[in-house]
Write a protein that binds this ligand. Structure first.
Ligand SMILES: [Zn+2]
Ligand SMILES: [Zn+2]
Length: 155
């Protein structure tokens, strides 16, 4: 209830600032572990951690709700940009009027739809998050069909 109220207040500020109607995100409480909240940009959904919410109350609502909502608003206004880049900072400070702090291990932004550049011997490949995770997490290797070289992450 308090979460919804904070969300609506922040959404009103953004609507007024940009003189438009942002699409309100769906809210659910399905986050576990150390993450306080996760913003699913393309799905326009914010998930909160009910345990951390119960433990941190007001602090959680004042920090985590605008933080995650800012990710959603930035996506609707600017598209896919750096998660805590200048657009997000501007949204936090100028629009929502809160300090743009990225809280300690509190959140992650969903990166579904994002691609990761990999190179082989002949070109740059854009890999999906699924393939990228398979390489990083599961040690999978992918070979370029053209030059038969293994793909390496472009750093
Ligand atoms: Zn964040
Ligand atoms: Zn190649």
């Amino acid at each position: 209830m308090q979460v919804q109220r904070q969300l609506q207040r922040d959404l009103d500020k953004a609507n007024q600032f940009f003189n438009k109607q942002f699409t309100p995100p769906t809210v659910s409480y399905a986050v576990r572990g150390v993450k306080a909240g996760v913003a699913y940009l393309q799905r326009n959904e914010i998930r909160f951690n009910p345990t951390l919410l119960a433990e941190n109350g007001t602090e959680f609502i004042q920090q985590v709700v605008p933080h995650e909502l800012a990710h959603i608003l930035v996506y609707q206004q600017f598209g896919l940009v750096q998660p805590h880049g200048k657009e997000w900072k501007m949204m936090m400070e100028q629009v929502l009027g809160v300090p743009a702090e990225t809280y300690h291990c509190f959140d992650t932004t969903s990166v579904q739809g994002k691609t990761f550049p990999y190179s082989c011997g002949c070109q740059t490949h854009q890999l999906s998050i699924r393939r990228h995770n398979a390489i990083v997490r599961d040690g999978r290797a992918y070979i370029c069909k053209k030059c038969k070289q293994p793909l390496k992450a472009v750093s």
